[in-house]
Design a protein around this ligand. Sequence first.
Ligand code: COA
Length: 629
Amino acid sequence: MLGVFVRSTLRSGLVKPGLRVRPVTRIPQRSLVHQEGLPQLPVPPLKQTCERYLAALEPIVSKEELEHTRELVEDFLKGGVGERLQSGLERRARKTDNWLSEWWMQTAYLDCRMPVAVYTSPGVVLPRMHFQDRQGQMRFAAKLIAGVLDFKRMIDTDSLPVEYLSGKPLCMDQYYRILSSCRVPGPKRDTVVNHTVGKPPLTHITVVHNFQFFVLDVSNSDGTLLTVDQLYMQLEKIWNSSLQTNKEPVGILTSQHRNTWGKAYNTLIKDKTNKESVRSIQKSIFTVCLDAPMPRVSNELYLSRVAAQVLHGGGARWNSGNRWFDKTLQFIVGEDGTCGLLYEHAPAEGPPIVFLIDYVVKFIRQRAEEVRSPMVPLAAPQKLRFNVTPQVKRDIEKAKQNMNIMVHDLDVKVLTFSHFGREVPKQHKMSPDGFVQTALQLAYFRMYRSCCSTYESASLRMFKYGRTDAIRSTTVDSLNFVQGMEDPSKQNPERLALLQRTIQTHKEMTYNAIHGQAIDRHFLGLKMLSIEDLTSMPEVFMDTSFAVAQHYNLFTSQVGSRTDCVMCVGPMVPDGYGVCYNPMDEHVNIAVTAFNSCEDTNAAKFAQAVEDALLDMRALLEDTIPAEQ
Ligand code: COA
């Protein structure tokens, strides 16, 4: 979903045209057959995209700007440039498995130089678990590890069930990219290394406690996986060998701006021991962060605190050094029942990650509580050594300072909206997603008396190697609705009609987006081709309207799950909000982020405005039409 290309440079060394997008991982036979049967991502008709673009601009730019852009679009369509780029894109689509996915991975993620922490890595916040001490933390972590390994078994044995969206089977490729995978910083562009291919198969995870990393081999010598009891015993050993709290937090280096980290990385791995330790982390199946207790907060603030802990670790004093932010999957388990996950976004979107969480949570619930000593003693997990030279120490100090600035800047509010869930819109024959999106529009309008460019992630996984496109939820209809709600002269039946129309339009846009007919990725493709061809950039991508359209003050995503959790992401722009939500049957989990450095934004105020908007919209429904039981 995240890492929209406004964050990236779009400049550096581009992909050679005609490159085939190949899976870097070994996909088992049955899944391969499924993959091969998936349709290719289409290139939408150029005229259609241009018309949709103009319609999307209408509520967010002035009449004059719109007129100017209309002229540029005319030129683009009739002057030959648009047609030439469109033909180039269609050629690329014929030659590749997916004309977009490689470009997307690079522009949205790997070229992006901002830190992955807060800026691109999403977190998942789980409700407080039922443990309150160190033993509980270990026991829970042991079960969690066993659960993820059980999930891995499904991947390895090719028995992962195919997912569906609107009745269509989805691309499962992302599942083969999230384990044994890690981002590696580069001077201009990062890479992602995936170690699922190779012999012998990798059998270790990394565990980090008090900033110290350990290799935990999860299989016995006969190849069987360690039991929960054995994992527990190994975690105990890790804990006991990492009681010192004065260790250098080498992991905090990974939170830096990518160029800074790229340089520090090269310095770090000059030392052979350091290089081997870094490789062990990169190759591990996943990482478990056993976090130190964080300051206690009220129940009301608890989930917001966990969201912050997951996204950045709380600062150099707390758990920010207890991470390897480049690692694709990091599970976070705190002593006070805190549980969450942080993932590096380049290889995958949220839905496969929460599917994994659903599986693991169910696995944990089914496991008995007892812990017994294993019969066979196991070798102690190996601690990873780092030689901290004066330069590495300076790099760590700088990373600590920058992390603390980031921590102070991030404003997070997790709201459990408990008045109703997705059942209410459904009873009124409305899409729950459209309902929440419209509430976000109303909340924003009430706070700012205008509307803004809004991004909602839509899955492109109906297509081979599909990732995401954007639903632009701000429409003329949504503007009419929010204005209608604020206009005292309007009656409720009229407002209701405006609401119904807004949600219907949103539904149509969702349909278009998930069927590969949205605006944003098509424009990205045309832009990328123009850069590759070294032709001058078409003016339509250079005018103010385009900049306004790309400036997503509302950067949103629904990631639904069976588990009562919510994803959280940082805002896309300095003066915007990141909003993720999980509509459950009877309540909605909503995570809002903003930056404290922006005077105009406030996560808690926005969350409150969303709550009020949802309640007012329900009141509108109940006032005007009876719900269907
Ligand atoms: N009347 C009654 N019920 C309705 C309805 C209506 N008019 N419209 C929708 N519903 C029902 C649906 O049938 C569905 O029912 P189910 O829960 O029984 O399956 C439910 O409401 C949810 O539908 P809706 O709220 O419309 O959303 P959705 O599930 O179709 O999701 C997106 C919409 C955009 C979130 C989804 O298509 C998508 O792309 N998800 C992936 C997002 C992503 O990749 N994020 C990346 C994050 S990194």
